[in-house]
Design a protein around this ligand. Sequence first.
Ligand code: LR7
Ligand code: MN
Length: 576
Amino acid sequence: MLRYIIPRRKASFLAGFLVTFVFFAFIFLSDKPRRFKFPNIEKLAEEVVRIPEKWNGEMHVRPDYSVARTGPGENGKPVILTGDDAIRGELDMKTWFMNTHASDKISLDRDVPDPRIEECRKIKYDLQNLPKASVIIIFTDEAWTPLLRTVHSVVNRSPPELLHEVILLDDNSQREELHSPLDEHIKRFNGLVKLVRKNVRHGLIRAKLAGAREATGEVIVFLDSHCETNHGWLEPLVQRIHDKRNAIICPTIDMISAETMAYSGSWSLAVGGFSWALHFTWEGMPEDERLRRKTETEYIRSPTMAGGLLAANREYFFEVGGYDEEMDIWGGENLEISFRTWMCGGSIEFIPCSHVGHIFRAGHPYNMTGRNNNKDVHGTNSKRLAEVWMDSYKRLYYMHREDLINKDVGDLSSRKELRQKLNCKSFKWYLDNIAKGHFIMDEDVKAYGTLMTQVKDSRMCIDTLQKDEKHSNLLGVFPCQGKGSASQLMSLSKEGNLRRETTCASVENDKNVRMKICARDAKHNDEWVYENSLLRNVRSNRCLSTAQLKASDDIIVTECDENDPHQNWKFLDPRA
Ligand code: LR7
Ligand code: MN
């Protein structure tokens, strides 16, 4: 046991000391009285290295969840730590981005609340005649209890008839407890759980591929290494793949709090979307999908998936291109598999009756640097997908990432050949048929570009001033930055909304202009009219003006005056 403690003791003592120092300095400086007693720092630091209990040789028995359970975190309740425990939890939030101390207090076999509606529970599955699944859990230096709770939840809550194997794919973890103690721990599953080690770091994309290549079940299911599968999670997934071989399926993702491990299930009817910066987003279910569905339990067609939790027919997964081997560490593969599957004849679907919880962390507790010291793996992975799958629409990615236009992201020929071989449809087809209504800033709009007024030699442009567009912020002005400077681009949509990708300009107090998340129905956003070079807000009947504004000021609307050059607007198209 001591073997695991000694090498890290010094480092964790120092780290622990530093973090605790900052924590106490904060308490000391803030004026509210608090009731913390000083912790035994050395003792705390020692315990930061968690040593799993030694296996006593007993085989795992699936718990009987019909018997009421008690204990910390049981039934998905939060674990609220106090005193020294709370301080250890704080330390964990900084190193793991999750409260592993809270997690360590919870049984690996805990029960979780079942968020399914009655109709889901009533469905009968013919377990003998459904395909069996290999569940693949990839991990790199994952904390012990969240990782093992993922494994236990799969074993405990999958019908044995459907669970072919669990593959733990270790992506070159360095933590010692993930070496022989993990080998020991899984012996209790009597061969059902297999460990595959990689002694060079693969990154999560190649790790998933490596796991899938080890799998022998007819269906494969990928999970992150900090999940808890819920009751009845597996049956509807394999059923749908049995019914539609080329469907790639995702369970509904429930939230497990990184701070308290509380499990909150929900009955979600959202679908996946994407931003042109190539990040995954959540969206409401489109109208035509709502109309198509006959029952509440039916699958939901989704333009994209989040990435981590999915099931597929194993052979189909490889036929449709697996993942791009050249994508490194993290990011991009989720949108790539989404675009590709739809464009090449398959579908991405969410299953409302299948629920899996995931711990949402605020950061990555592992090194995010890729090959050749690449610090921007999401950017370069996304460029690969844009180049292969997005045709001319890749311009909208480069609008955000001009810096990547000339960046070498490796050989793309095998992925382009795949697209040819599978005779996949165009990205335009995908936009027209699958991601319908996705706003395209420079197509189907009345005007698009940087919006400029010129008074003598001074050119002022509308500018978000780089303010976070998720929080409604006032729109500003700045000297024009030339072609396609991302924070200065604006569109006047067909419906007359003055908007960017997701935000719409709305007049406030007859003076300021606030960029708010656009309502889905264009009628609920402010309407603007562009005529005689004036940009008039219909609701306030006032016009955009740069009169008396300096760089970084908020833009204003004022009484309309055609003769005022400060109200004389031009859209400069960055493509021209
Ligand atoms: O180099 C690595 N090697 C790994 O094996 C880096 C990571 N990993 C493992 C890691 O231990 C974890 O099990 O890969 C898994 C995913 O890494 P996370 O948990 O740090 O990623 P995330 O949850 O922040 O990221 C989401 O987006 C990723 C984009 O590449 C992947 O698709 C993740 O699987 C994905 N997770 C989910 O979709 C979970 C549900 C979230 C929602 C909504
Ligand atoms: Mn994750």
